[in-house]
Write a protein that binds this ligand. Structure first.
Ligand code: THU
Length: 188
């Protein structure tokens, strides 16, 4: 029936090599889209700008609080996310979690060097206190950091200051892949 057909056209999952090749192509495309043949590089300023831009994509009709997050990888690539709310309030996804989900689901496995977060009521994004990642987001970021064995800088941008933190400050003694005998883990 319909289901079997749907299952068939989905095909087999990509093998790890295909996934890597896909991620490389995507990275090149992104680099090209932003004005070069090489993967783009980011700075503190541009990563915060990318987070601010991403906040424009927030779906937050309930809180009206728009948040953007940008992940900066060692190869110069950037993956962004914005918060996604739901009529069932508790299902809300934060910007950082969306960004991590995008990165992992699109096969980014680079070393996570930095994270920028910015937010505020619609129309005043970045014009208040710095927004720091919630507990779940810290754990989500930890997964990506562990894959690349990094302790990323976390920039939380507010109106008059940018808090510069490290993930290990926000989530000490973390439980991560290494706790389950997988891959590398951040040494705290
Ligand atoms: N939010 C984020 O997206 N990231 C944070 O770091 C803090 C909170 C979102 C969740 C919700 O959609 C809105 O901000 C208000 O809590």
């Amino acid at each position: 029936g319909e289901h079997l057909h749907a299952a068939r056209i989905c095909g087999a999952p990509l093998d790890p090599v295909d996934r890597k090749r896909d991620a490389e192509k995507r990275s090149q495309r992104l680099g090209a889209a932003l004005g070069g043949g090489q993967p783009v590089s980011w700075t503190r300023v541009s990563l915060i700008a990318a987070a601010r831009e991403a906040a424009g994509g927030a779906y937050a009709p309930y809180s009206n609080f728009h948040v953007g997050a940008a992940l900066g990888f060692a190869d110069g690539s950037v993956v962004t996310g914005a918060n996604v709310e739901n009529a069932s309030y508790g299902l809300t996804l934060c910007a950082e979690t969306v960004a991590v989900g995008k990165a992992l689901s699109e096969a980014w496995r680079g070393r996570l060097e930095a994270v920028a977060v910015i937010g505020g009521k619609a129309g005043t994004v970045g014009l208040g206190e710095p927004v720091t990642p919630c507990g779940r987001c810290r754990q989500m970021l930890n997964e990506l950091a562990a894959l690349g064995e990094s302790d990323p800088t976390v920039w939380c941008a507010g109106e008059t200051e940018v808090l510069e933190l490290h993930l290990s400050d926000l989530l000490p003694r973390s439980f991560g892949p290494a706790s389950l005998g997988k891959g590398g883990d951040r040494q705290v």
